[in-house]
Design a binder for this molecule. Structure first.
Ligand code: PGA
Length: 349
């Protein structure tokens, strides 16, 4: 089928649906509000996501119920759930809003470019490579406005629960939350030491040789710290803590200053490793292989910009970060390579 007739068909199909909706006397806006309330099973959380007040959402849902002529939600104590009519409405509204979004995305492409806002939050340890990804993405889609917040794990998870961002970039995906997590980049955790350390030039160092070392730790709750503690527990290695420091940047400087060794993402210390200010000790079992993920609450519908960004991360994220320097990266709109090389001279075990 020629492309123009495909879009003409889409257009008339949606025009028809919109006319039908008008006949039923409710608006697309009410349908989106309904979808958010039904997904969260909460007026308050839907209002937060949509940046509205809770009464504004309640009024619109009430008007919607009047148009339909049936209740869509029922209350049991403080909880709300969908009635039978509500469940029907939810199913159809999801299909309808998804198709409408696809159509919107096609129109955007036909108009010659992606436009809109992208709101992301990244865990502080991801701040070293997130700008590279955004720069490469914006070179492909200059019409996009980005807001990126760099924050700690606690605030990130709070934001995730409240659906504040389009996407979140983090290493350790939280337990006990229904999320969709897309791995897009390998996260190698290395054992960082100052270059003058006695083990700096050793190869295949047995874990037991670390028993006498002092360690610089990240703050409680850090994903990097959890991975480090897990490794120590698995190997029954004593963890003599010399100092606890509240950020990857502080830990990096602590290790360079000789406070002790630490386990860090290679992405956090790529420049220091390359310049020789730090070395990655060649200890058996290292580097620890983890991933960076793009995370959102399960069932969240992404807008066209966020959708495109997620595809970009999946298809080109690893390549862009591996190339490292904006002038050398050449992302393409098509499928990218998924392989990546370690960001710097890591020891090979
Ligand atoms: P963090 O980040 O150590 O700063 O928490 C890494 C992660 O999310 O695992």
């Amino acid at each position: 089928m020629p492309q123009s007739s495909f879009y003409a068909q889409c257009f008339y199909r949606y025009l028809f649906v919109i006319i039908e909706i008008k006949l039923m006397n409710f608006t697309l806006r009410q349908l989106s509000l309904f979808e958010a309330v039904a997904r969260h099973q909460s007026f308050t959380r839907a209002a937060q996501e949509l940046h509205l007040t809770q009464p504004a959402v309640s009024i619109q849902i009430k008007l919607l119920e009047e148009s339909v002529g049936l209740p869509l939600f029922e209350k049991t104590g403080r909880k709300i759930s969908l009635t039978r009519a509500g469940k029907e409405m939810f199913r159809t509204s999801l299909e309808f809003l998804d198709r409408l979004e696809q159509l919107e995305q096609k129109f955007v492409e036909l108009r010659g470019g992606l436009q809109g806002n992208l709101n992301i939050s990244v865990i502080s340890a991801a701040k070293y490579f997130a700008p590279l990804l955004l720069a490469a993405f914006l070179r492909l889609y200059p019409g996009v406005n980005v807001r990126m917040q760099v924050t700690n794990r606690e605030i990130l998870i709070e934001g995730l629960k409240e659906n504040r961002d389009d996407l979140i970039i983090m290493g350790l995906v939280p337990d006990g939350l229904a999320v969709q997590a897309t791995p897009f980049l390998e996260n190698l955790l290395v054992l960082a030491a100052p270059p003058g350390h006695p083990l700096a030039h050793e190869r295949s160092i047995p874990v037991a040789h670390l028993a006498g070392e002092k360690w610089v730790l990240r703050e409680e709750g850090s994903g990097t710290r959890m991975a480090m503690e897990q490794f120590f527990a698995q190997h029954h290695l004593p963890l003599h803590v010399s100092m606890e420091l509240g950020s990857s940047e502080a830990v990096k400087h602590g290790v360079m200053a000789g406070l002790g060794l630490s386990v860090m993402s290679a992405h956090n210390i790529a420049l220091e490793l390359a310049e020789g200010y730090l070395v990655a000790l060649n200890v058996e079992g290292f580097p620890l292989r983890r991933h960076w993920y793009a995370v959102m609450l399960e069932g969240r519908r992404l807008n066209p910009v966020a959708h495109t960004f997620l595809d970009f991360l999946r298809e080109q994220g690893a390549q862009v970060v591996a190339q490292g320097v904006i002038g050398r990266s050449s992302p393409t709109r098509g499928k990218g390579r998924k392989d990546t090389k370690p960001p710097t001279n890591l020891p090979k075990n």
